[in-house]
Write a protein that binds this ligand. Structure first.
Ligand code: ACM
Ligand code: ZN
Length: 502
């Protein structure tokens, strides 16, 4: 059924008649919570006036219509009774059940279109809905069906992730990815910026993180099982100016960028640049192969100073409440054989290396909390005891999320079974090479982020869900597009809460 709507969407896009009502089904993704189609139509033409304040949203709507339809619409900041008006109205209908105030109403009438919402974010979503109703092919005027939509999301974390470390994607593509998120009313971009295979964010205090850590001297060719590595230098990174530009671009589109700075594992690129923060001292090289590596940060005092200095620069760039600190797949081999680590365990009364990982994360949490921010980490951060205020991103299935919610910790669901968009989505014979797995669109659509076995009081800790795009086998933007779509569209309905509406 949902699939039928996606197919209708694709057919309508391809037949360039997206704005037509077909069998009473509008090509809207995510489908709105409530929708009533009415008699009549509104005609959009170059004499339509936009009534709105001088906001990003007003100008965004004007710019879009000019770019795709050639209409140069006038903007007025006072109510206007011209024959054809689009009004953007910020109202005071704050909904206490909806703290982000992302709800909106869209009313299309013969003489006007009214988008009203308690926040500019809600107005932005009303605009996105309106834009999805416009045809692909310009016509003059454009006829839109009269209707009334009252809409709001179910979940507050509607996320998409992108790994820019295994492969690097330029700033302009990151903006395009953010545009996709905006189109589907997703509100969180999880930007995976550090890895074994590359460090991608400029840190002024530690220039070698990018002069050394952003570059590797070879990459895997073909599938991991082929064990073939080329000898080409590969890499890239975002300057702090790039990051500011992207964060601001996302903010305008009501998207929070959550940076991920990984530790204690998946940190070989950083250790290649600064081996003194490892247990054995190196030397190391930025990883050329995929996988999990045994050399990880050593939890000694200098390492905490290093990570805190990095996080200070990161927090100055990213205003997000949450900072993702990784925490996944950290082998404990080096810690078991390290004098520093063993002495620390003894002095802190830690009975195993899982507790040492927990100590590591808790220390960093204390620092991040002292700056007024919170940490989120992959579900391994449950092992050895969860840091007091940490949120958990559940990726190895849903049990980590369930356990965290039962301990009153916030959770973002991102299980490999439904939310890993690096998996195949069709017959591998017809698909670009991928890591494996099989996650077709139907499976994404069937996902219910709130596990049934949670009590209502526990279920409120489920913030939402997120699709992950890991890029070992995704080496150019068009393949990110291929892997993210149409599963991102399906996930957008899951997190908006309308995946079950026909
Ligand atoms: C993960 O996929 N290693 C979080
Ligand atoms: Zn150590």
């Amino acid at each position: 059924m949902k699939l039928k709507r996606i197919l209708i969407f694709i057919v309508l896009v391809s037949s360039q008649a997206m704005g037509q009502v077909s069998d009473g089904v509008l090509p809207l993704i995510p489908k709105p919570k409530t929708l009533q189609i009415k008699q009549g139509e509104f005609l959009l033409s170059d004499s339509t006036i936009i009534v709105g304040n001088n906001s990003f949203e007003t100008n965004y709507l004007k710019t879009w219509i000019k770019a795709y339809y050639g209409f140069e619409l006038a903007i007025s900041n006072v109510a206007n009774n011209a024959k054809s008006v689009i009004m953007l109205v910020q109202n005071n209908e704050i909904d206490s059940a909806n703290p982000l105030n992302e709800n909106y109403e869209l009313s299309i009438n013969p003489n006007n279109i009214i988008i009203s919402a308690p926040s500019q974010g809600g107005i932005f979503y009303g605009i996105q809905t309106l834009l999805q109703l416009l045809p692909i092919k310009p016509s003059k005027p454009i006829a839109l069906p009269c209707l009334y939509i009252n809409d709001e999301p179910l979940y507050s974390w509607r996320g998409m992730h992108l790994d820019v470390c295994r492969h690097f994607f330029p700033k302009d593509y990151i903006k395009r990815y953010i545009d996709y998120l905006a189109m589907y009313k997703m509100n969180t971009f999880h930007w995976h910026l550090t890895e074994d295979q590359g460090w991608r964010i400029e840190i002024k205090k530690y220039p070698k993180l990018t002069s050394v850590g952003a570059w590797r001297s070879g990459s895997m060719v073909g599938h991991y099982s082929e064990n073939t590595i080329d000898s080409l230098t590969y890499g890239g990174y975002y300057t702090q100016a790039d990051i500011k530009e992207i964060v601001s671009y996302a903010q305008d589109r009501h998207i929070t960028v959550v940076p991920e700075i990984e530790f204690p594992g998946h940190s070989l690129a950083a250790l290649a640049a600064y081996p003194e923060y490892s247990c054995q001292g190196g030397p190391f090289e930025v990883a050329k192969t995929w996988g999990v590596f045994e050399d990880v940060y050593c939890p000694k005092e200098q390492t905490f100073v290093f990570l805190e200095n990095i996080l200070s620069e990161v927090m100055a760039l990213f205003p997000s409440t949450y900072i993702h600190i990784g925490g996944d797949e950290c082998p404990k081999t080096r810690w078991k054989n390290c004098k520093n680590c063993q002495a620390l365990m003894l002095s802190q009364g830690l009975k195993d290396e899982h507790q040492l990982q927990s100590y590591f994360i808790k220390r960093i949490e204390k620092f991040v909390n002292s700056k007024g921010r919170k940490i989120i980490g992959w579900d391994e951060i449950l092992e050895g005891g969860l840091a007091p205020n940490a949120a958990v991103m559940s990726w190895r299935g849903t049990q980590g999320g369930i356990d965290a919610a039962k301990q009153s910790h916030y959770v973002v669901m991102s299980p490999g079974s439904h939310c890993y968009f690096d998996h195949y989505q069709g017959n591998p014979k017809n698909e670009p090479i991928a890591i494996g797995g099989y996650t077709p669109i139907e499976k994404v659509y069937s996902y219910k982020p709130t596990p049934e076995d949670l009590l209502p009081i526990e279920a409120k800790f489920i913030l939402g869900a997120q699709g992950n795009v890991w890029t070992e086998y995704i080496n150019e933007p068009k393949n990110v597009d291929y892997m993210a779509m149409p599963r991102m569209a399906a996930l957008s309905e899951v997190v908006w809460g309308t995946a079950d509406i026909l």
